[in-house]
Design a protein around this ligand. Sequence first.
Ligand code: GLC
Length: 744
Amino acid sequence: MRTFFGIFSGWLCLTVGISCSGAGSSGSSLPAYRDESRSLEERVEDALSRMTLDEKVAVLHAQSKFSSAGVPRLGIPELWCTDGPHGIRPEVLWDEWDQAGWTNDSCTAFPALTCLAATWNPAMSALYGKSIGEEARYREKDVLLGPGVNIYRTPLNGRNFEYMGEDPYLASRMVVPYVREVQKNGVAACVKHFALNNQETRRNDVNVEVDDRALHEIYLPAFEAAVREGGAWAVMGSYNKYKGQHCCHNRYLLNDILKGEWAFDGAVISDWGGVHDTRQAVENGLDLEFGTWTDGLRAGTRNAYDNYYLAQPYLDLLREGEADVQTLDDKVRRVLRLIFRTAMNTRKPFGSLNSPEHLAAARQIAGEGMVLLKNDGGTLPFDPSAMKRLLVVGENAVKMMTVGGGSSSLKVRHECTPLEGIRAAAEASGCGVVYERGYVGDPSGSYNGVTTGQDLSESRSAERLIADAVAAAKEADAVLFVGGLNKSDFQDCEGADRKEYGLPYAQDRVIEALAAANPRLAVVLVSGNAVAMPWLDRAPAVLEAWFSGSEAGNALADVVFGKVNPSGKLPFTFPVRLEDNAAHAVGEFPGGDTVRYREGLFVGYRWHEIREIAPLFAFGHGLSYTTFSISNLRLSADRMASDASLTVRVDVTNTGERAGAEVVQLYVGDDESFVQRPLKELKGFEKVSLQPGETRTVAFEITPAALSYYDDTKSAWRAEPGAFTIHVGAASDDIRQTGHFVLE
Ligand code: GLC
């Protein structure tokens, strides 16, 4: 039988051209690379040994806008990538950015990542990753081009809404569950943009200059966490340069740090159009080239895939003996590993799209991420059963926000706008809702062939719009202004930075006029960035609602009418004025050919605190409809050996009338440091849900790592012996308890 089978399988292989060397050697009929009972590395080595030079080079670059080749001859599938961090981008044509017009690819839009970060709840990050991973899986995608974890350095960066704020510890804790849960679906997370992509101005070539301490203490930690704790299977190089080299082929970042120190075994994928040089791409750690000759947003050279830097030019170098096969094989191994983990993984679940669970997840995350910035006199929550008429004002109450903003733009099955959600909830309680536009921002509504279908045209003048809103405000029991930014150019949008720190479209005037007409005013900001609020002392309530996706309106209604008690905390500082922000005070923004991060590691609250500049709203700030006390801080010891840890405990009590959640934040200050360090840095947080009157003890483990700074003279982390202070509170500027200990 075996003889017959041996002859037959040999004939079969010859006939179909599949080289079967090694087939049957283990007794199974499958060649090793197809045999999922074997180790990943065995399968990679077997596949590699069967591939020709042309096949090896072919898997290292795109064959279409979002796909790269597999090995057809061996039945190794191609790799399909998709944007973006907030939902699965609609299918595009082979070589286009525009959507292909399919009718089965509408998705769920989850809240923007600033909103996820603002939940300060890793469980929400896990729910997010699971949900978006299921949608990617259902759409048969292998690599999700997200999450983004670039640090919030300036309020003007157009893409801050796609990232997780200004603090490396918060971003590190929040990125890990997202990555892990996405990948449980057999879909790779591709963490981006590695690294130092903190502005859109001249993003394709600006050279970032930053000192080593700031690089390691501020800009790299979230990427390291995603790789070493999250186990990310892919990382996307960023467009900008660092040390004069483009980050998509940057020796120091990719070879020395990512693949060296962090032992990353996955694939480095270029940003779309981020590759500029074959030799650098070959030698400096790039594995997969996409989007070359486009700038990541607009069309470029059509169907140029064979001429990509890692295509024919690389093949020529190899054939001329100018490039070594070892380096080639390392790249191919990484791409094969990525394919085996995803496209060729037969054990992955089937995913789902637009499920009730995903909409519920989007609504829950949005509700948990909204931040109640101000609430004088208990203005919020509104009680619609005690009102006859609620006035809603503002373009952002009706404008769809899931379309536009760059590569994170989506085509959703449905987007519940703020007005829709507010009206449904209010009318269910017998309260009428009236709407006034208030101002005109951007009436357009299409991106990459996706159109909102909304008609936001307006014939009234700006004066008329304000007059109409004021007249309606005088007749209303309460007013909800819904404004902020949007996904238009020079707002919260990829490809350009904001031009101003204030609200656009003269919204400040509208808010002032409304405040004068009706004191019962709540201002809702739909945005992904901090803004100036010159009207703040005339607005009793302010709520940051973020860009919160398909369920935006329902989530907003949940919070505004009190069905959900807000528990979000700011993931970045709101400065009073732009000049109060480090990058604008000393940093340099946007720079020219080079941008110098002169502020170093003093980003966000680190800057405000060391310079004693009071923020408008502080990092970690967020109110609740109840109140909490944080008390009874105790340390497990007042001295800590350098190889030990210390336990910090505090008691949190809900001292109000209704259930709610508090985020207990722990900051560490090095009181005797040889080098300059921030006054304090976030090193722990935990969100605690409590019934009225309930008390819970929260414990934090302090390790030497939490006390360390990056010693750039030794290129190593170091915790200095000496005195330290533990600060525990409900915000970076709301410290309730302190404790002291000495590190030996
Ligand atoms: C874009 C973005 C990146 C995105 C990629 C594909 O230019 O920089 O975040 O994933 O190209 O659209």
